[in-house]
Design a protein around this ligand. Structure first.
Ligand code: KIV
Ligand code: ZN
Length: 498
């Protein structure tokens, strides 16, 4: 029988500590609902004493979601615990997460205390939290750099005081995977009441080992993993949910399961990325734009013959529709043939060879050969050119206390059409106007705005993904006017619908 690993998501607490990524309460509720749909067991919704905004978010998230346990963070301080209990009053399942530093650095250079006093304070905090909620998690901050013997004393004391979960954070991301695994094993073997609580991993990524450390902890007996979507978090971030979940799912020999609906991973990743304005690095494991893109000829050929030749995860399993083959100078005939067939051209033999030769010439000059280039190569782009949509005119009205409006003129197949719409912002209004004019039914899947440099005169890059009849199309544009760039990127994506 397989064991269950509890997924404790701290995107809205540790993840949200990233400078510039703060969300308002409405946005946090949206993320919390997505996490509930994803199937996380516990949502750490905030640190209520830290600000009225955090307090309010914990209250509202407690009302908005009902399946996961809602958790609130505190220091080992009575006032923090009272405020957290108050913030959690509407939660169906609630947990207080209290704790204190246990490493030599924290005890002596931060808390000006000593080892015995820290245990007393830890026990007092857990007992106090127990007055308000049954489910109390204790964190031993900087456990990664805490000696195992002392850590075992702390863990035993807090479990005796009633802690249901004990969190072993590698706060500074210092541990090596074998050390972190040994730490968990030491606790399992040496804390006599350890069976009364669940041990949890909470690994930071300062040395790029957060996932490896979490997996090592899990293999050694931890049954809760603290994670964030896309691995966001302080400094180099936290362990990413998608990496832990897909590692366990891919290694069928590990008899540990999570309750995560993996097909919702990609969607949740993009929601968090766009709300927090934190682009996902293209090569990010599982959720990066290139995670399932193959560019070398040998790999492309292998994937086309059998996906499992070069993919350990079926992209569909994480909610990505299909692996993408990007055409570059290193692509082979098989990849070109496959892409052409998606565009409706079935070329064989000499005909394919001729197009392949032309393709290599273009690919030497361009990093990525796109669908339009291919149509030009095949010499059949005329129909598409005629049907191609061009942005002719865009005017927006926006500002404080103004209803955002946009007027868009598009040239479609040589004729001009104009529409005016309002929206919740100028981009929303302009997209609505474009949608009114084009015949394709499209849904926005991803919308990412990035500044290239740092000044106000900066060029903004916009990446867009839209969905039409179950297929995804990607659009891009760069412009000093971010609204124009957004509309151009939207149209670029629509133009890809052949
Ligand atoms: O990294 C850490 O130690 C934490 C604790 C507050 C749980 O985030
Ligand atoms: Zn942390």
């Amino acid at each position: 029988m397989s064991d269950k690993l509890y997924i404790f998501d701290t995107t809205l607490r540790d993840g949200e500590q990233v400078p510039g990524c703060q969300l308002n309460t409405v946005e946090k509720i949206e993320v919390a609902k997505a996490l509930e749909e994803l199937g996380v067991d516990i949502i750490e919704a905030g640190f209520p004493i830290s600000s009225p905004g955090d307090f309010n978010s914990v209250v509202e998230i407690s009302k908005a979601v009902s399946k996961p346990t809602i958790c609130a963070l505190t220091r080992a301080v009575e006032k923090d615990i009272e405020v957290a209990a108050d913030a959690l009053k509407h939660a169906k399942f609630k947990r207080i997460h209290t704790g204190i530093g246990t490493s030599y650095y924290h005890i002596h250079h931060k808390l000006n205390s000593n080892e015995d006093e820290i245990i007393e304070r830890a026990v007092r905090a857990v007992k106090y939290a127990k007055r308000f909620v049954e489910d109390v998690e204790f964190y031993a901050e900087d456990a990664g750099r805490t000696g195992n013997e002392y850590l075992a004393r702390v863990v035993e004391a807090v479990i005796a005081a009633g802690a249901t979960v004990v969190n072993i954070p590698d706060t500074t991301g210092y541990c090596l995977p074998h050390q972190f695994g040994e730490k968990i094993k030491y606790l399992i073997d040496n804390v006599k009441n350890v069976d009364k609580a669940i041990l949890s991993t909470h690994c930071h990524n300062d040395l790029g080992m957060a996932t490896a450390n979490s997996i090592s902890g899990i293999l050694n007996g931890a049954r809760q993993a603290e994670v964030t979507i896309n691995g966001i978090g302080e400094r180099a971030g936290n362990t990413s949910l998608e990496e832990v979940v897909m590692t366990l799912k891919s290694h069928k020999d590990i008899p540990i399961e999570t309750g995560i609906n993996t097909r919702k991973i990609f969607k949740t990743s993009r929601l968090v990325s766009s709300l927090m304005s934190m682009p996902v690095q293209p090569n990010k494991a599982i959720v990066g734009r290139n995670a399932f893109a193959h560019s070398s000829g040998i790999h492309q050929d292998g994937v086309l013959k059998n996906r499992e030749n070069y993919e350990i995860i079926d992209p569909v399993e994480v909610g990505v529709n299909e692996s993408s083959i990007s055409l570059t100078a290193r692509s082979g005939r098989a990849a070109l043939k496959h892409r052409l067939s998606l565009l409706g051209y079935s070329l064989e033999g000499e005909e394919l060879n001729a197009v392949y030769e032309k393709f290599l010439e273009v690919a030497d000059k361009k990093k990525d050969v796109n669908d339009e280039d291919l149509q030009l190569l095949v010499g059949s782009n005329k129909t598409n050119e005629q049907g191609k949509i061009q942005l002719k005119h865009l005017q927006v009205l926006s500002g404080k206390s103004t209803i955002p409006m946009a007027t868009v003129t598009l040239n479609i197949g040589g004729e001009e059409f104009t529409a005016t719409e309002d929206g919740n912002g100028p981009v929303d209004a302009a997209f609505k106007a474009v949608k009114k004019l084009v015949r394709h039914k499209v849904r926005l899947e991803e919308f990412l705005v990035q500044a290239i440099t740092r000044g106000t005169d900066d060029l903004g890059k916009v990446h867009i993904q839209i969905e039409n009849r179950g297929k995804l199309y990607y659009g891009f544009s760069g412009n000093t006017d971010i609204i124009t760039a957004s509309v151009e990127a939207f149209i670029d994506a629509i133009n890809k619908i052949v």
